[in-house]
Design a protein around this ligand. Structure first.
Ligand code: ATP
Ligand code: MG
Length: 393
């Protein structure tokens, strides 16, 4: 019966964090592979072995594990006793259906009492393959690598290995709130935090009924897609049009965007308090648009009571686009919508705003009431994974 051999990234494995890291990774793998036939998970010599039931579906498991952060690589593996003859027979049989011109054997020996070292296993097994197949050994760029792992009690082998996404298991780093706009950048920013082990709660501001609901639907689709990394995503949809109207009525046009952003930040921080998040995340990158100059970022940040994480601050748009394509969010993000920040926005927003003028403008607004209004009117949606289509509550 095959099993799945999972190697995790060594990073984050220092000292006290190790048990937490492993427990999370194991739990996340269990959630990711729900219903796909994993019977139990065993920690063995710095690896995780997923034992499969008769009806296990490797295609589904392979697809789902590619989104489990913390995994360095994984493979469908077979097991024999501590016996070189059995290993040779097993590997030759596993290679039978495969075509390849070149190969190498890569052995790791966690069980040091095994009488042969890794090099010797490589050579012996390599010789057996050379005898059986018309292929050559290529240590630099082999077409196929046979991985062998000698553990106490048994030897595992696999002939195909999938790269994992790396990073830290989601959940080991605490929770953040991501401001999700429906654009290209913010989902990429959120995914960077997921990769570093954060759980992410999403917040989207929309201007329904002043604008149509397209951005709201995009934010929902993005949150649903990103739930494949954390198994459950909560998205708070905050009606922002009424708040914008009050800003428009009470503040000079060039300052509107910065004022909107400060209000969004305060509302997001209020939500962070409700869900015990420790920081906010945005998709800002320096200089991309008027609101993202260093001056404006500083003024926006001043209103925030929590750290603002901006993982894309030093990225070019093209890099972000490529990452969005790999992530699968790009196709959702480019759907046309009416972004609430371009609503009631002057043609020439200020690229520089001083804290004094912004504070003076806010003195004319009922900031606390507007923030409370946003919090009161927020509607939460929940998306779960895996689940056909994603559930909504
Ligand atoms: P994005 O591609 O993420 O929309 P952008 O390049 O359009 O970013 P801005 O519109 O200046 O840049 O937005 C900067 C950041 O502010 C966004 O990445 C997002 O984190 C947050 N943000 C902007 N608009 C909204 C919104 N309507 N709801 C939630 N967050 C928003
Ligand atoms: Mg945007």
């Amino acid at each position: 019966m095959p099993c799945v051999m999972v190697h995790y990234s060594e990073i984050g494995l220092k000292g006290k964090n190790q048990p937490l890291f492993l427990r999370r990774l194991e739990g996340n793998i269990r959630k990711a592979t729900a219903g796909a036939g994993v019977r139990w998970i065993e920690a063995r010599s710095g690896r995780l072995v997923l034992h499969l039931g008769d009806a296990a579906d490797w295609g589904v498991i392979r697809e789902r594990l590619q989104w489990v952060f913390g995994i360095a690589n994984y493979s469908l593996a077979l097991r024999v006793g501590l016996d070189l003859g059995a290993l040779k027979a097993g590997v030759l049989a596993a290679l039978k259906p495969l075509t390849f011109q070149s190969f190498k054997v890569s052995t790791r020996r966690a069980y040091k009492q095994f009488p042969m070292n890794s090099e010797e296993v490589n050579r012996e097994l390599g010789a057996a393959i050379l005898e059986d197949r018309l292929a050559r050994v290529d240590l630099e760029r082999p077409e196929l690598t046979v991985h062998v792992e000698v553990l106490p009690r048994d030897i595992y082998y696999s002939v195909q290995r999938e790269p994992g996404p790396g990073g830290l298991p989601v959940g080991v780093s605490g929770r953040v709130v991501a401001l999700l706009s429906g654009g290209i950048d913010s989902p990429v920013a959120a995914s960077r935090l997921l990769k570093r082990g954060c759980l992410v709660t999403f917040v989207h501001f929309h201007s329904v009924p002043y604008l149509d609901g397209a951005s709201r639907d995009k934010a929902a689709d993005l949150a649903r897609l990103l739930s494949r990394y954390q198994y459950e995503s909560r998205l708070f949809q905050v009606p922002f049009g009424e708040i914008q109207r009050e800003v428009v009525a009470g503040a000079p046009p060039p300052l509107r965007i910065v004022l909107y952003r400060r209000l969004m930040g305060r509302i997001a921080a209020g939500i962070a308090g409700q869900v015990q998040a420790k920081a906010l995340v945005t998709g800002e990158s320096l200089g991309q648009v008027a609101s993202q100059t260093l001056d404006n970022l500083a003024v926006i940040e001043e209103a925030m009571s929590l750290p603002i994480l901006r993982p894309l601050i030093g990225c070019d748009k093209e890099e972000i686009v490529q990452e969005a394509r790999r992530l699968g969010t790009y196709e959702i993000s480019i759907r046309p919508d009416q972004d609430c920040c371009r609503f009631f926005v002057p043609r020439h927003p200020a690229t520089f705003s001083s804290l004094e003028e912004v504070r003076a403008a806010e003195a004319n607004l009922a900031v606390a009431r507007l923030v409370q209004m946003g919090l009161d009117q927020a509607e939460a949606q929940t998306f779960t994974y895996p689940e056909a289509g994603g559930g909504e509550t």
